[in-house]
Ligand binder design. Sequence first.
Ligand SMILES: [Zn+2]
Length: 418
Amino acid sequence: MSRVAISGMLMRSLLLLVAATPLFAQTRTMTNSTPAGPIVIRADRIIDGRGKVISGGAIVVTGDKITAVETAPKGVPTYDLEGMTLLPGLIDAHSHLSWYFNRQGRYHTRGDGDTPVESMLSMAGNAYATLMAGFTTIQSPGDPADKDLREWIAMGQIPGPRVLTSLAPFSSTRPSPDSLRALVRQRKAQGADVIKIFASASIRDGGAQTMSDEQLAALCGEAKAQGMRTMVHAHSIASIKASVAAGCDQIEHGVFADQETLKLMADHGVYFDPQVCLVFRNYLDNRAKFEGIGNYNEEGFAAMEKALPIAAAMYNKAIHTPGLKVIFGTDAVAGAHGRNAEELVCRVHDGGQSPMDAITSATSLTAESMHLGNEIGTIAPGMQADIIAVAGDPSKDITALRRVDFVMKGGTVYKNVR
Ligand SMILES: [Zn+2]
């Protein structure tokens, strides 16, 4: 593991030689227990990620792909997961793997004395916890260090979910529109999968629009011209409307979105990634570890406390807005990695979503938002073999997603603890 962390410099120079991200690289070297021939996984039921249930079926995996879904399987399966449900590996469109608590039990910030090696080891730990919780793909918005993590996981050197990253996000309101366009091209050249933009202030600071309409148009317009997706942090109505008008692809958070704004997103086919509870509760539960750093102060925590019921009510409106594509992102920060499914639980319990819709959102719909709908997020022949199993039936009781006992990613079994 230490070699992974200390060779970041070497990797950075090596990466200049790599043209494409090996997001779907074979990782069978990760375990030596995986048989070489086709793997057959049988369970009580399969949820396909698109709302369909197959009772008593089996999934056949060859190499890193699903090659068949059998409705009446015969013979002895490789894995007989009785009492369990198979579903696609879960996908989190918004997870900050680089956020962690340092040895003093405080939220890690630059200048707290941690070395890059210590920070990278913490990231690797977060990636492992996320994968063990059944999340086989995450999108990070973002951190320059994500790049090495993404590559090391893809090479099968360390266990973790597939990582898509924006690298450093765009938050400064100083650059001119022309400079921002150049910076988007630079981020693409650096290897970003997506462009992340802050269009509004944090919820702890009120959430008002920060980027100008012209700056947003430059960022999202240039990204589109470069064939890149954009995800925009926006809380206030004005910042969401400006982002939609600028042609941005995806809105994050949107705590203060009203019905008109939700409809506007739906009309423009903009993906919406709101949060109901995990991010707020995680901050409140870990208050002592964040308090006193930046805007983690009295007012900041009060704002997050106040946001909880507002976010749940807004979420309920969002899922009932015809045509609005509500995807799954937790905004997992320090303390939340490995607990990503808690957001699914409260989307159902507090946000009023059906368990099946919540599952579809966190699998096929979020895959579609990443332009990976033909690769991941669905149990079907030809898809990547990203398969998890949970005890019980999550389409009846969403809390079953807390009990992930089996994790396969790209045909490799990373967890089987039943
Ligand atoms: Zn975030």
